[in-house]
Ligand binder design. Structure first.
Ligand SMILES: C[S@@+](CC[C@H](N)C(=O)[O-])C[C@H]1O[C@@H](n2cnc3c(N)ncnc32)[C@H](O)[C@@H]1O
Length: 250
């Protein structure tokens, strides 16, 4: 089976096999959160925007969204979804060369789990430079429960929209890294392929330190995109932070 670059061929199947229809709910959560900000939230930087599923929901709710992602193939699909006028750029975090100042930045569906702990810190600092004072940074990350769940369920096989897939994960507990091999054993179209993805389970203290160093204050850590505090069964935690001051580097 031919191995291809992460998020290259998988891009074409992403919306079918990777995603449950959650972005509508997540955008409603964000919209409700931001509606309480007296300064108003209008411009949003969507980090690791992928195929634009969240951006589409935010745009439908009246936000001006700029999307950045490392994958050309994912961005091409975002372009198709969002149209020719959409502001989309290829950027590989922590290199964030987006221009302008935003009211909020988001990163959904474990985009920041693709960064090493060092890259996470650099990314927070870079995002801080692109936000207005009291601007919002909202993102989700896998929890330790997700680490345990993945360790106990290292192989998941299934079929979705006519594509047979096998997802196998190997966790390096010391590095808190997870190497996931996503193999499309029988695609609906074309030849079988596999992609190798490396993600990191960030510790809460690393995330907190990265945010604090970037000048952010954490206001909540909740279960998925809800107001329920993260708890012992939370697999995906949503972090909400506000920028305390303009970055020293700006
Ligand atoms: C699981 S997808 C999430 C996409 C989207 N946020 C969503 O909610 O559907 C992860 C995305 O992160 C992108 N990505 C991974 N590492 C990245 C990096 N260092 N810089 C920018 N994008 C990255 C991938 O290309 C992919 O599109």
């Amino acid at each position: 089976v031919r191995q291809v670059e992460a998020y290259s061929r998988l891009a074409g199947l992403y919306d079918e096999i990777v995603i449950d229809p959650c972005h509508d709910r997540w955008a409603s959560f964000l919209d409700e959160l931001w509606s309480r900000d007296g300064d108003g939230v209008r411009s949003v930087l969507d980090l690791c925007c992928g195929t634009g599923l969240l951006a589409a929901e935010l745009i439908a709710r009246g936000y001006a969204v700029v999307g950045v992602d490392a994958s050309d193939a994912m961005l091409a699909l975002a372009r198709t979804r969002l149209g020719a006028d959409a502001e989309l750029s290829r950027m590989t975090l922590p290199d964030l060369t987006a221009e302008g100042v935003f009211d909020a930045a988001v990163c959904t569906f474990d985009g920041l789990n693709y960064l090493t702990p060092d890259e996470l810190g650099l990314t927070m600092a870079a995002v801080a430079q692109r936000l207005r004072p009291s601007g919002w940074l909202v993102f989700d990350l896998h929890t330790d429960q997700m680490l345990d769940f993945t360790s106990s369920n290292p192989v998941v096989a299934g079929q979705s929209a006519g594509n047979d897939f096998v997802i196998s994960s190997v966790i390096d507990p010391g590095a808190r890294a997870c190497d996931t091999r996503i193999e499309i054993t029988r695609p609906r179209d074309g030849h079988p392929f596999c992609e190798q993805h490396r993600q990191y389970f960030h510790t809460d203290s690393d995330v907190l330190a990265s945010l604090q160093d970037g000048g952010f204050e954490v206001t909540a850590v909740t279960d998925e995109y809800t107001h329920k505090p993260a708890n012992a069964s939370t697999l995906r935690a949503t972090w909400t932070a506000r920028l305390l001051r303009i970055s020293d580097f700006s």
